[in-house]
Design a binder for this molecule. Sequence first.
Ligand SMILES: [Zn+2]
Length: 95
Amino acid sequence: MYNFSISSLFPFRRVKIDSFDQIVDSDKGMAFFTTISPDQRYKPFCHKFGSKADGIHSLHHRTLRDLNFGNNPGFIIQNYRKVYCSPCVVLELKN
Ligand SMILES: [Zn+2]
């Protein structure tokens, strides 16, 4: 039995692939959606100070256009988290 995995097509670190879906619309045709989320094994880094985050501020998602799969468009639905760290909290309190 052939066990196909799309993991090698997405060499991103610190994310996991949640699902890979094929959506068929009678008007627009077919599209592929890959949903990725942060890998919970890794503690996130603050984008401003580069230090390890102390907590999760909020969760969001965005849809990115990916390469086509054949003649059909591909999209990546990225679930991501906004984080905060101690320097961020101190900076926020000063302002
Ligand atoms: Zn921070």
